[in-house]
Design a protein around this ligand. Structure first.
Ligand SMILES: [Zn+2]
Length: 57
């Protein structure tokens, strides 16, 4: 899991990433998923939202 602002292709394999919804500890977040290797990328704003939802902030 890598924090990014915005990207179009996978950091690992260079395949186009697709906007999807990921569930992380019961919190639904927008993420980008690589269609080839399955690597998930979250934007920093989604990670802040996750921290808020899980009570870290
Ligand atoms: Zn990939």
């Amino acid at each position: 899991m890598i924090m990014i602002k915005f990207m179009k292709t996978c950091y690992k394999c260079g395949t186009d990433v697709k906007r999807t919804k990921c569930t992380k500890k019961g919190v639904i977040l927008s993420c980008l998923t690589c269609q080839d290797c399955g690597e998930e990328y979250f934007t920093s704003s989604e990670l802040i939202k996750f921290d808020m939802m899980t009570g870290k902030i």
